[in-house]
Design a protein around this ligand. Structure first.
Ligand code: ARG
Length: 450
């Protein structure tokens, strides 16, 4: 399905499109190429830097080699201070699709990404990199915040059916002609919203056989399944751009697998999301008349348990916050052994359940911004996604941000995502059980070291 009511506001390079100044590109490029050579024992970077300089002087930008691109994407993950799952940053699969820039091809490749990342439940951390912003023309953008999102329909008298965090996206989809679920359901998959350079946003239905979902049940409470809760297997973040050595890739969807609390505590537990705690507590026979009996805490724990239990039962990779906290401290140690400081944002790393029972809680960290990295495009809820705003604001203005943006500066609900990274592990190390089958975390680590 492709259709739109938005004006075609720019023929090729949208008005106001400005690429970063060549000297800034050169500076970042030199830094990145040097890092690439250093970390990969490639000897002097001088020859490659001269090549890149000529390319930038001639065209205003440069083209990464496939090896540079893979390294850049992996280091972007490693540098992302909000991600607890960075231990396996090196195993990220990188799909180089830089030749792809039309909306139709972006969608085809995004669906292919979903299938290979899902891998029947043995989830593979993966990124697909589409065309970069070029000096005369921006690359494509995926407007949806993740490839898979559940619609959130606003009710006339207030309230939302579905996921409240996707209300803006849902409104935009409907304005562009999406009929919505008939009747609207709590878990209707939204079409993918994509914008190619100089063109209006278009809608694209994702084939249902590319989407794996897990119905939630509880190991002890038979009634839990009757709540009708479900969640998708693979979170593919699609509203962040990848910044590598002065080159910006505005569409670079990436995924890891879930940590249970992202779904249990946040997606279902948050009052501003599915808000399931009261219902669960009541079914557990707890009074919800006072907070004092800790009904919320008890409901949260059982909800988190149901998520882990259900994903395990369905053979879909998922990690838990205790395991991941221990691994994260191992990651910091490994980084230190390699002489690298690891940037950490405490408020994002500490899990939203049993916080003080995890070791990551009990220490301080330093946080700083360094590229390569992932940065969020203007988020839904900042009005950047209303058709009016999209019609007025050129793609360029939304996809080319001011100098050195940092995640913290960009407008977005602080806790919208519990982690922004392709979570952790590699194609061969899906989740704890599979890791144990292969000889445990320590062996994985020594393989990574070599
Ligand atoms: N917290 C987000 C969600 O609940 C997903 C963010 C990415 N998570 C990940 N494990 N890579 O959908």
């Amino acid at each position: 399905m492709a259709g739109s009511t938005l004006p075609d506001y720019s023929p090729s390079a949208p008005a106001g499109y400005e690429s970063p100044a060549a000297d800034r590109v050169m500076e970042s490029a030199e830094q990145f190429i040097t890092l690439f050579h250093e970390e990969n024992d490639l000897g002097s970077p001088e020859h490659r830097i001269r090549q890149v300089r000529r390319e930038i002087e001639f065209s205003g930008s440069y083209w990464h080699t496939p090896a540079e691109l893979s390294f850049g994407a992996r280091v972007a993950w490693r540098n992302n201070s909000r991600c607890i799952g960075r231990l396996y940053w090196h195993s990220l699969r990188v799909r180089d699709r830089r030749e792809v820039s039309t909306a139709a091809d972006v969608v085809t490749e995004a669906v292919a990404h979903l299938r290979s990342a899902t891998n029947g439940g043995r989830i593979r951390p993966q990124i697909t990199v589409f065309a970069p912003d070029a000096p005369d023309r921006p690359g494509p953008r995926i407007i949806s915040s993740q490839l898979i999102r559940y619609a959130g329909y606003e009710l006339v008298g207030g309230g939302v059916v579905g996921d409240p965090s996707n209300v803006d996206l849902t409104r935009l989809a409907r304005e562009l002609g999406w009929p919505g679920g008939q009747p609207p359901g709590r878990f209707d998959i939204l079409p993918l919203l994509v914008q190619e350079a100089g063109a209006p946003v278009t809608l694209h239905e994702i084939p249902s056989d590319a989407i794996l979902e897990v119905g939630l049940e509880h190991p002890d409470y038979r009634w839990f399944a009757n709540l009708g809760l479900r969640w998708y297997a693979v979170p593919v973040i699609s509203d962040m751009y990848l910044d590598v050595g002065g080159v910006r890739y505005p569409a670079a969807p990436f995924n890891g697998w879930y940590m249970g609390t992202e779904i249990g505590s946040r997606d279902f537990g948050d009052a501003g999301r599915y808000d399931e705690l009261r219902e669960i507590a009541s079914r557990m026979g707890l009074s919800t008349a006072t907070d004092r009996n800790l009904w919320k805490d008890k409901a949260l724990t059982e909800l988190n348990l149901a998520v882990l239990h259900s994903f395990d039962g369905a053979g879909v990779a998922i990690t838990d916050h205790h395991t991941e906290s221990v691994r994260f401290l191992q990651h910091i140690q490994r980084e230190e052994r390699h002489g690298r400081a690891c940037p950490v944002d405490w408020s994002w790393i500490v899990p939203p359940a049993a916080s003080s029972a995890t070791p990551v809680f009990h220490r301080t960290y330093t946080d700083f911004d360094q590229t390569p990295n992932f940065y969020r495009h203007p988020a839904p809820g900042t009005s950047a996604l209303t058709p009016a705003a999209l019609a007025q604001t050129s793609l360029a203005q939304t996809s080319v941000a001011p100098a050195e943006p940092s995640l913290r500066e960009l407008p977005q609900p602080a806790n919208e995502l519990a982690a922004v990274c392709p979570h952790q592990a590699g194609e061969h190390v899906p989740h704890l059980r599979m890791i144990e089958e292969q000889g445990g975390v320590e062996r994985q680590l020594s393989q990574l070291e070599s």
